[in-house]
Design a protein around this ligand. Structure first.
Ligand code: FMN
Length: 184
């Protein structure tokens, strides 16, 4: 399986890191793009550098490299995950504004009708944010907000992170045991 993973400058870059770790363990081929804004958030929120984070991926592309294979629909992939997804990138995807590699790769997912999973992180949400999410969801985009649940009884922050990452993997049908499912 080949997946594009984008990390943008919303809070919660740890979700992107954890997703890459899990996909690596499952031998999924990953194509990673990190936005410029995400570089600052990585520095602030993670105890690792952007370069260390990139080592978790199979392939890494610069966000401004608009010649990478993933700019084209002719390059076959099984989908794309933007985790976390900033409101700026969400707006760019919703409006087809493909001015960087993350936005272009997502645009390819839409035009080729491939799976696109967005993990937005913002609160509160404005009408613009909600409208953009509705537009995307009505085109088949899977919008999975970074909203943890508590029914699986998380005991540590890692359990909360794993819940969000697990719900993201569920959208792509990737098996995992990152959280205990509800079985009443
Ligand atoms: C520490 C920090 C946290 C941020 N958190 C969020 C957030 O949770 N959601 C969001 O939409 N933007 C957030 N931003 C703002 C984005 O980084 C900014 O809008 C940026 O232009 C997004 O660019 P990108 O989509 O290319 O990564 C944050 C910025 C910083 C510095």
């Amino acid at each position: 399986m080949r997946l594009i993973v984008a990390i943008t400058g919303a809070s919660g870059v740890v979700y992107g890191k954890r997703l890459l770790e899990v996909l690596r363990g499952k031998k999924v081929e990953t194509y990673l793009i990190i936005s410029k804004a995400a570089e600052n958030v990585i520095e602030h929120e993670l105890e690792m550098t952007k370069n260390e984070l990139e080592k978790l991926a199979s392939h890494v592309y610069d966000v401004n490299d608009l010649t990478a294979p993933i700019v084209s629909g002719s390059f076959k992939t099984d989908g794309m995950i933007v985790i976390p997804c900033s409101m700026k990138t969400l707006a760019g995807i919703a409006h087809g504004y493909s001015e960087n590699l993350i936005l272009r790769a997502a645009d390819v997912m839409l035009k080729e009708k491939r799976k696109l999973v967005l993990v937005p992180r913002e609160t509160p949400l404005s009408v613009v944010h909600l409208r953009n999410m509705l537009d995307l969801a009505s085109q088949g985009v899977l919008v999975v907000p970074a909203m943890p649940a508590y029914y699986h009884k998380p005991e540590k922050i890692e359990d909360i992170i794993d819940f969000v990452v697990g719900k993201t993997l569920d959208q792509l049908g990737i098996e995992h045991e990152l959280f205990k499912r509800w079985t009443n």
